[in-house]
Write a protein that binds this ligand. Structure first.
Ligand code: GUN
Length: 293
């Protein structure tokens, strides 16, 4: 079994990005600028947004954080999105989800200029991705694709089982892996809460992508010998042996599954770090106008 080391990979990619920024600076080009909008006090969202801002600093990108209280109205948030759409210095921006319940996430997503949608959540980017056209790919699936590529993991003709059909991870992952090319050319099964006999589906997988948000859900005897396991989950569970009283686990029962795999992503230190790095890669593409010249 080999660990897919998201920490090492993301550090390598960040070095590459920092070198690109140096080159841009020497050529007098524009420095990539990512903005993040955080509404409310959701603790996980605060951690994710800080990590995105910190990663920008590490590679020399410019970053801005727009923080607003949970009581912010939808109209006020739409105005912020409008201003970011029209700010020529901002190459790309994200509105951190989830939003407070009184704000319609769909209306906000649709208001973001697709040319600055570095989260890849706008239906224009999603549709272009589905058709294999240049698009901003959602950060987690993009990070996973990069991980498969950089570890040279064979995907052609493999049977991939994705657990979870969210718009941000499961559904785009299933599309990307079924597309022509590398990584891709998989036969994909997209499973969800109504799937019958999920363990039997997972047992057929050469590649498993677990993105359901249930701690340690995928059991050891669901996993075929030699499978590749990508664990997207970030769940906090009680652990009395830790000073904090809790620890992070994935959607996979790591101790039971790892000995059966050829490759597996750890939690933490796997997919999560790749997600942030993929967002930086998208921001550089936005700055260079690679997707939308
Ligand atoms: N909430 C959970 N994941 C994400 C993400 O990738 N982007 C944004 N904007 N919000 C999220």
């Amino acid at each position: 079994m080999q660990l897919l080391d998201g920490k090492l990979l993301s550090e390598n990619i960040k070095l590459e990005l920092a070198a690109e920024v140096d080159t841009l600076r020497q050529q007098g080009g524009k420095i990539p600028h990512l903005a993040a909008v955080l509404v409310g006090e959701d603790p996980a969202s605060q951690v994710y947004v800080s990590s995105k801002i910190k990663s920008c600093e590490q590679v020399g990108f410019k970053s801005s954080l727009v923080r607003r209280p949970a009581e912010t109205s939808e109209a006020e948030l739409l105005q912020i999105v409008h201003d970011l759409n029209n700010d020529p210095d901002v190459d790309g921006f994200i509105v951190q989800l989830p939003l407070p319940k009184h704000i319609n996430e769909e209306r906000i997503t649709l208001a973001i200029d697709h040319r600055k949608d570095v989260d890849g959540f706008h239906p224009i980017n999603f549709g272009r991705m589905a058709q294999g056209m240049p698009a901003f790919l959602p950060a987690t699936p993009f990070g996973i694709m990069e991980m498969l590529r950089r570890y040279n993991i064979e995907t052609s003709g493999k049977h991939c089982v994705v657990l979870g059909r969210s718009n941000i991870v499961g559904t785009p992952m299933s599309l990307l892996l079924s597309r022509k090319g590398y990584p891709g050319d998989c036969t994909v099964t997209l499973t969800h809460s109504r799937t019958k006999d999920l363990p039997a589906e997972v047992r057929r997988a050469d590649i498993i992508v677990a993105a359901i948000g249930i701690p340690q859900f995928v059991k050891g005897d669901w996993v075929r010998e030699g499978a590749v396991v990508i664990d997207v989950g970030i769940n906090r569970i009680p652990d009395a042996s830790k000073k904090s009283g809790s620890r992070l686990v994935g959607d996979v029962d790591f101790d039971a599954v790892a000995p059966r795999c050829s490759y597996i992503t750890p939690v933490p230190g796997g997919v999560g770090l790749m997600t942030v790095t993929a967002l930086l890669m998208n921001t550089l593409k936005a700055c260079r106008k690679e997707i939308y010249p």
